[in-house]
Design a binder for this molecule. Structure first.
Ligand code: FES
Length: 172
């Protein structure tokens, strides 16, 4: 009787160990697949520095392959950024995604402001909110200059952020 109990106990433990051995790779696969769907920041070489007019923001589309949990889509637009070269040559970049609800923010040259056509949020050229419902300023992106065959190119780390909240919180 005792022996039978002991064997039952041992087979229960072996069953649990076996189930764990099977579950760990399966969960790893599931989490890696779901994680693949999240777009992390990536660096994009977008323009030559000399092609930017000082003080005038220019919009660039980010083209990349979109990958969700199960599917790889062909390369296409995944977002866009506003890049400005200052009079001193320093470069800044903002995501064109409105931090209110995600519409594409435009630039109004006459007013020298960014403007979102969806609910009329407006932003200064440094990204700060001027008016409207946006809970924070435009999301600034990291930039760097890279010399390629004697020319300076602007590279931007593109990243998406949560909308509708005051905190700048990266997605992915
Ligand atoms: S989405 Fe831009 S103001 Fe609402």
């Amino acid at each position: 009787m005792r022996r039978r109990k002991f064997l039952k106990y041992c087979s229960g433990i072996l069953g649990s160990v076996y189930a764990t051995i099977l579950a760990v790779p399966a969960l790893g696969f599931l989490f890696s697949t779901l994680k693949r769907g999240q777009q992390k920041e990536r660096t994009y070489r977008l323009t030559r520095l000399d092609d930017l007019e000082p003080g005038v923001p220019q919009r660039f589309t980010i083209i990349d392959q979109r990958v969700d949990a199960w599917t790889k889509y062909p390369a296409g637009p995944i977002g866009s950024v506003w890049i400005t070269k200052g009079q001193d040559g320093a470069v800044t970049a903002f995501s064109s995604t409105c931090p209110h609800l995600g519409c594409v923010v435009d630039y109004v040259p006459g007013d020298e402001e960014f403007f979102c056509p969806c609910h009329a949020a407006s932003f200064q050229t440094d990204g700060a909110v001027v008016g409207g419902p946006a809970p924070r300023g435009m999301d600034e992106l990291k930039t760097s200059l890279k010399k390629v065959r004697g020319e300076q190119w602007v590279e931007v780390e593109y990243q998406k952020f949560e909308t509708g909240i005051s905190e700048k919180k990266a997605i992915g």
